[in-house]
Design a protein around this ligand. Structure first.
Ligand SMILES: *[C@@H]1O[C@H](CO)[C@@H](O)[C@H](O)[C@H]1NC(C)=O
Ligand SMILES: *[C@@H]1O[C@H](CO)[C@@H](O)[C@H](O)[C@H]1NC(C)=O
Ligand SMILES: *[C@@H]1O[C@H](CO)[C@@H](O)[C@H](O)[C@H]1NC(C)=O
Ligand SMILES: *[C@@H]1O[C@H](CO)[C@@H](O)[C@H](O)[C@H]1NC(C)=O
Ligand SMILES: *[C@@H]1O[C@H](CO)[C@@H](O)[C@H](O)[C@H]1NC(C)=O
Length: 304
């Protein structure tokens, strides 16, 4: 009798604990993301060799994952914190698959762009989850554009990020330049955007782009795990209210739409298309070449 009672107590405790914890995400359709769920924190690892290119597959996986965080799409509470990291020490996230912006723009290209913009928007419109970028390695172009739209950024020793779009004659038109403008002062945002300059860990921290930077990836991970677990202790409704309140600092939907239009106003021009073709050639079709590994500076090869 006593054993049965003890068993019931254990089952009840498990049921209560189980009821409040988020269910782990389903495996990513294209396998470009892997997941590790610990309590109220989900760690998402970008794993899309060779350079974590932000292409249709990675974008589709990200969109599925983010859509599933929307509270009304779930039967369990969403994770309070999501940490993004990379399986590749050289690349946190790549740039966009630039073949998608080469003329002619196909239906598949348009579908990809729509998904990409939806992903960027969800980092902000989902206020019930806090998104942390645990950056190590490169994040240029789309990689930078997505991380500036997350809620916090922590930089590891190999971090090099930036928007290189102006070197192509384009703009970081998916929110990248607008969000950078909310994180840095206007002069600094313009310096880094217009001159296509690179943020390393210490520089990004000094300017307020990164919350902090670390000498080792281990120290970085230990810090981010502890921070996320600490946030994960607190009631979800309060966390949601705080993230939602700070949304007043985000660019308006109108400004974001103007940004996308600005991009497409430039993309079809001959000089821009020539630069994109040159980028594909110099990077050996967007693979792990010295060009991609040093993108922040090698992009100047377009002008040699
Ligand atoms: C998942 O994350 C936890 C907490 O950081 C860690 O202890 C564990 O080793 C991770 N599991 C895998 C499979 O990476
Ligand atoms: C989740 O909800 C959004 C809008 O509420 C919807 O567009 C999306 O398709 C849903 N996703 C899933 C996987 O149910
Ligand atoms: C997860 O969140 C729930 C609901 O706020 C809370 O009861 C629980 O203690 C949290 N668990 C951890 C490990 O932080
Ligand atoms: C989060 O807070 C916002 C602003 O108060 C509110 O509109 C929204 O319903 C909240 N979401 C959740 C899941 O509590
Ligand atoms: C470039 O790489 C993609 C895969 O990312 C491949 O589908 C395409 O055929 C390649 N193009 C050339 C010209 O090698």
């Amino acid at each position: 009798m006593f054993v049965v009672f003890k068993l019931l107590v254990v089952l009840c405790v498990l049921a209560v604990a189980g009821a409040v914890l988020p269910a782990p995400p389903s495996p990513a359709k294209y396998g470009t993301l892997s997941f590790n769920q610990t309590g109220n924190v989900t760690r998402v690892t970008f794993d899309h060799p060779p350079i974590n290119l932000v292409d249709a597959e990675l974008t589709s996986d990200l969109l599925d994952f983010l859509n599933d965080l929307i509270p009304t799409n779930r039967t369990t509470p969403p994770p309070k914190v999501v940490i993004f990291d990379s399986a590749n020490p050289d690349f946190f996230l790549g740039h966009i698959d630039v073949r998608s912006i080469q003329l002619p723009i196909t239906e598949a290209d348009t579908a990809f762009t729509i998904n990409y913009l939806a992903v960027a928007n969800l980092f902000n419109s989902i206020t019930s989850t806090i998104f942390i970028a645990e950056i190590n390695g490169e994040a240029f172009g789309a990689g930078q554009e997505l991380t500036v739209q997350m809620d916090m950024r922590f930089a590891g020793p190999n971090t090099r990020t930036g928007s290189f779009e102006n070197a192509l004659g384009l703009v970081a038109g998916g929110g990248g330049q607008l969000f950078l403008g909310t994180l840095l002062n206007r002069g600094l945002a313009l310096e880094y955007l217009l001159a296509v300059k690179t943020f390393d860990g210490p520089t990004g921290t000094r300017l307020g782009l990164f919350n902090n930077d670390f000498d080792t990836a281990e120290d970085q991970r230990t810090y981010v795990d502890a921070l996320a677990a600490r946030i994960g202790l607190f009631p979800a409704n309060g966390l949601n209210e705080t993230k939602a309140a700070l949304s007043f600092r985000n660019p308006t939907l109108e400004a974001l739409n103007t940004d996308v239009e600005g991009f497409y106003g430039l993309d079809g021009l001959a000089a821009q298309q020539a630069n994109v073709a040159k980028l594909i050639a110099l990077s050996d079709n967007q693979t792990k070449t010295p060009f991609e590994l040093g993108l922040g500076e090698s992009i100047l090869e377009l002008y040699q």
